[in-house]
Ligand binder design. Sequence first.
Ligand SMILES: Cc1ncc(COP(=O)(O)O)c(C=O)c1O
Length: 393
Amino acid sequence: MKNTAPAHTGRHFLQIPGPTNVPDRVLHAMAMPTIDHRGPEFATLGQEVVAGMKRVFQTEGTVVIYPSSGTGAWEAALVNTLSPGDRVLMFETGHFATLWRQMATRLALDIKFVPGDWRHGVDPAQVAEKLAADREHRVKAVCVVHNETSTGVTSRIGEIRAAIDGERHPALFMVDTISSLASIDYRHDEWKVDVTVGGSQKGLMLPPGLGFNAVSKKALAAGKEAKSTRAYWDWQPMLESGHTGFFPYTPGTNLLYGLRESLKMLLDEEGLDRVFARHARHGEATRRAVGAWGLEILCKDPREHSNSLTAIVVPDGFDADRMREVILDAYDMSLGTGLGKMKGKVFRIGHLGHFNDLMLCGTLCGVEMGLHRAGIPHKPGGIAAALEYLGAA
Ligand SMILES: Cc1ncc(COP(=O)(O)O)c(C=O)c1O
């Protein structure tokens, strides 16, 4: 019989770096009747998910949940704390940092955008240098993307905090954790972050549709002075929900059922430390496969390798999107496209969320077969390198 690639049978492999695979039990939890969002049953749900999200952000502070995508939570972070004309320090780590800057520009903030090569995270020494030069303390906020989903580079938030402290600079510190939350260690309180931005569709293993802010006391105080126009995103009416469980408008009730279930899995069953260790293991196995294939990882600094995704550079003269098409067509697997100026140059493997060793093996097999089928020059042995690492412990 002819050896042809099979039709699309079995389960689709969704290996983009978010939205990620949603566990069946989370889908089942969401398939419950929507309840009265002003009734007592909802209040319990609201309180439970806010309390759980505090544990995920590693904060004792305030958590706000919006029925929104992550971009909405970005906007909320900016408009609740800043006034038009305020100076903000941002860093060009990749596509998402660039989009955050575009939004801040539209909100009439005065952006100092530190250029980057999309292969490194934010350099703590550069943060210190920029803040040292700001003797009049005109910079009101430092904004950093923790895990740049377009490049697979993770900035070192603890070290950036130390750099801000080293300059005794009073700027607010805002961090986007959309593709690191609940997959890479992140400590809102310990790192004295003022606003952390999150989304539901990655490490939290939910469909898109919830946005989060974790908010420090300093950010709440800044909000009292901030003049940016805000209505839907205003924290004030939302602050009660942590106590009462109620939202000021109709919440995403069924997504919150899903969140309650995924929090149970992450916090009570697996435990955050093991969640982080699992992501580190899958990140390392993936990088070993890439190394054995003789391909290049976009992230240049091993201290900044992302554990939730890996961006891989295809050799000059080859199109990463063509290879992704071949893989989708032949093996029914979706890989992440190159975003912005990385279009066609890289493909991204998502290894975050609801994921295990065998799913990673399937993913890497799909990539190795796809490299072969698309005629991308590479060495054999990537799978073997990953298996050796995964099998060792
Ligand atoms: C790091 C990062 N920031 C922001 C966003 C934007 O989030 P959303 O598409 O949910 O609005 C994304 C989306 O992938 C992201 O990965």
